[in-house]
Ligand binder design. Structure first.
Ligand SMILES: CC(C)(COP(=O)(O)OP(=O)(O)OC[C@H]1O[C@@H](n2cnc3c(N)ncnc32)[C@H](O)[C@@H]1OP(=O)(O)O)[C@@H](O)C(=O)NCCC(=O)NCCS
Length: 324
């Protein structure tokens, strides 16, 4: 039988740089209570959000992705021409054609890269990070730019108090490339298609979710996925310096942290709470939290970071990586 030549891949990968972008407009809980029957106290207690950012009408998902991606390339000390693949995990492009990735790449100045969107909703960043790392290890790509970007305000009924208080806009990016030492652990992913109806966008218009069902699922089923990701990376829970779950609801974040601590995670493990001032930005939430935490000094270079995303599908994914 004819055997085909294969491209040599990298032995290992790491995150080379990160960046993020948020729109300027801050929307407080009191602002929302002018529009619907809700209160600052209810939102803080049930969801943990104090304020979030909404994009301007003419500020698009693609615009936010371009800024976050450019910053991540600069942070990596690279030029756009060094990137050969662009993945934009998202679930809020206004229409499925064209995808975001090719136009984002063009505007950043990356010429003719492999470019595709990836839809795993709020698990999108962890899925895409896993794909990017494997592409580099397989030799299909050299340097991959992953940008989680969402304009959720386009996908939410602005008067639906169950959703309008949660979701927000923004973008977060990471550059993935070859490394001498393995600094991105294997991705652990899966799905629960039997729960598909619990988060759904009907006729490509507004998100609807069964909040309590999703809450129960996320606060019980995601910690075991996180534990699998730790084991896959050859670590123990005590090795984890930073936990960044998808920023869906602060109570879900705290429930995941509690379950991990019951399994040996340290009391001083830093737990992301970026949702408090950013809201739920779906596939952007994990890289945005990482970037904000590094800026604040709560994530330091070399920290072992456990990321775990979950959302519509229902889909979930997690991995450990070393903070750049
Ligand atoms: C959506 C969510 C915040 C709703 O909180 P909840 O405590 O489950 O609220 P419920 O829908 O059970 O409603 C409880 C009560 O609060 C009311 N309520 C709902 N939204 C409200 C709001 N924004 N302000 C004030 N009251 C509200 C309801 O009408 C209900 O009132 P009732 O008891 O008089 O009927 C919560 O379920 C949640 O965060 N779920 C997970 C969502 C998620 O993470 N999705 C993942 C997407 S990636």
């Amino acid at each position: 039988m004819t055997s085909l030549r294969q491209r040599p891949g990298a032995a290992a990968t790491r995150i080379l740089g990160i960046g993020s972008f948020q729109p300027e407009r801050i929307v407080t809980n009191d602002d929302l209570s002018q529009l619907m029957e809700t209160t600052d106290q209810w939102i803080r207690e049930r969801v943990g959000i104090v304020e979030r950012r909404f994009a301007a009408k003419d500020e698009l998902l693609v615009d936010m992705a371009v800024t976050a991606g450019t910053l991540a390339i600069e942070d990596a000390g690279l030029e756009p021409s060094d990137v050969d693949t662009v993945i934009v995990p998202n679930c809020t492009m206004p229409s499925p054609i064209p995808n975001a990735a090719a136009q984002v790449a063009e505007r950043i100045g990356i010429k003719a890269p492999g470019a595709f969107d990836l839809n795993a909703a709020c698990a999108g960043f962890c899925y895409a990070l896993g794909v990017a790392s494997d592409l580099v290890k397989a030799g299909s790509a050299r340097t991959v730019l992953v940008i989680g970007a969402e304009k959720l305000t386009d996908a939410v009924d602005p008067l639906d108090r169950a959703n309008a208080i949660i979701f927000a806009d923004g973008a977060g990016a990471a550059v993935v490339g070859a490394s001498d030492t393995p600094e991105i652990g294997p991705v652990t992913w899966g799905s629960a298609g039997d729960l598909v109806e619990t988060i759904i966008m009907r006729e490509h218009r507004y998100i609807y979710q069964e909040g309590q069902a999703v809450y129960r699922w996320a606060s019980t089923k995601i910690a075991p996925i996180a534990l699998e990701a730790i084991e896959a990376a050859g670590l123990t829970t005590a090795d984890i310096d930073v936990l960044i779950p998808h920023q869906a609801n602060l109570r879900i974040v705290e429930a995941i942290a509690k379950r991990l601590r019951a399994k040996g995670a340290r009391d001083d493990m830093v737990v992301a709470d970026d949702i408090v001032y950013s809201g739920n930005t779906s596939s952007a939430s994990i890289p945005m939290a990482l970037d904000h935490m590094r800026a604040k000094g709560t994530v330091k270079q070399g920290d072992a970071v456990l990321a775990v995303g979950f959302g519509a599908g229902l889909s979930y994914a997690g991995q450990v990586f070393i903070a750049p």
